[in-house]
Design a protein around this ligand. Structure first.
Ligand code: NAD
Length: 295
């Protein structure tokens, strides 16, 4: 059925996600601090809200897609927080990748006002957001999950119920820690091949059909010129920013410490991404890690 949806946070991911909700026939009101992104969505049929409160007013579903936990906490619980104005019939879906604790705090506070909440971080990148093929990893109770599922299908292909509130975030950072390791490993292997005289395209084809195959080789090759659609071939324009991957690795290291988990590969990736940030590449795509290995 067609719903009234509010969407806050129209960046690299949120923009195309909101556009898919419009395409599916929902009535979508949007807000972002960056007016350019609001105007772009307006041109695609969204209603531009003047602020977050107006965006969230009287909607069936409110979706947020913000950078980090502090932004999400401020939006819902801060000064003029939405907790004061949201209707009890609105389901809140936060799709940002944030620390599980912040998700639990927001969920608990909203629940005290009778408002349902799920955390629903995504995987699949900007390409997946645009194509409507994202994976959603949802944490929350069954009733809220079922309600969320009905709208997430308009933006994604695979929708998982990971467990209670916060569980979506835990699964997401496990995935992104592995992704960072695969991106770093793929980059060093490609560079070693180049250093030994191989054509990176030929080597990529070989490894994609061999046991080194992984998502970065298949869809997101980090070597410029190998894959036309990949950020590497577009001067590492994001895509998924180094700063955001570094944020996720910080969350992973925190979770590892709290649970006494051994994560030597994740720690190495965390160090490599911090190095990349230190070199000034924070706003480049995370595949720019390839440059750490190049001549
Ligand atoms: P982005 O920086 O492109 O977009 C974030 C948007 O939020 C910006 O437009 C910003 O203006 C807006 N914003 C910040 N604070 C706000 C507020 N208080 N009110 C309204 N708008 C506000 O980031 P992104 O790449 O779209 O990522 C968003 C989230 O999704 C992050 O948590 C990221 O880790 C996660 N994620 C990103 C990707 C990817 O490939 N880019 C993939 C999966 C998950």
């Amino acid at each position: 059925s067609k719903l009234n949806i509010g969407f806050i946070g129209l960046g690299n991911m949120g923009g195309p996600m909101a556009a898919n909700l419009i395409k599916a026939g929902h009535t979508v009101s949007v807000f972002d601090l960056n007016q350019n992104t609001v105007n772009e969505l307006k041109s695609k049929g969204a209603n531009a809200a003047a602020d977050a409160t107006q965006c969230a007013n009287n909607v069936d579903i409110l979706i947020s897609m913000l950078p980090a936990g502090k932004h999400v906490k401020a939006l819902y619980l801060g000064e003029n927080g939405l907790i004061n104005s949201l209707s009890k019939t609105t389901l809140v879906i936060d799709c940002s990748t944030i620390d599980a604790e912040s998700a639990r705090v927001v969920g608990k506070e909203l629940a005290q006002q009778g408002i349902s909440f799920v955390d629903a971080p995504v995987s699949g990148g900007v390409a997946g957001a645009t194509a409507g093929t994202l994976t959603f990893i949802v944490g929350g109770d069954k009733a809220a999950f079922d309600k969320a599922n009905a709208v997430l299908v308009d933006m994604g292909k695979n929708i998982f119920h990971a467990g209670d509130i916060g569980a979506g975030q835990v699964a997401k950072i496990c995935n992104n820690m592995l992704l960072s390791i695969l991106m770093a490993g793929t980059s060093e292997a490609l560079q070693m091949g180049i250093n030994n005289g191989l054509d990176p395209k030929v080597l990529s084809d070989i490894m994609t059909a061999s046991s080194g195959r992984n998502w970065t080789l298949e869809l997101y090759n980090p070597c410029p010129g190998v894959m036309e659609s990949a950020p590497a071939s577009n001067e590492y324009k994001p895509g998924f920013m180094v700063d955001l991957m570094a944020k996720d690795l910080g969350l992973a290291m925190e979770a590892a410490k709290q649970s006494k988990s051994a994560t030597p590969m994740g720690s190495m990736a965390n160090d490599l991404y911090a190095t990349l940030q230190h070199q000034g590449a924070g706003t480049e795509d995370f595949s720019a890690i390839f440059k750490l290995f190049s001549k």
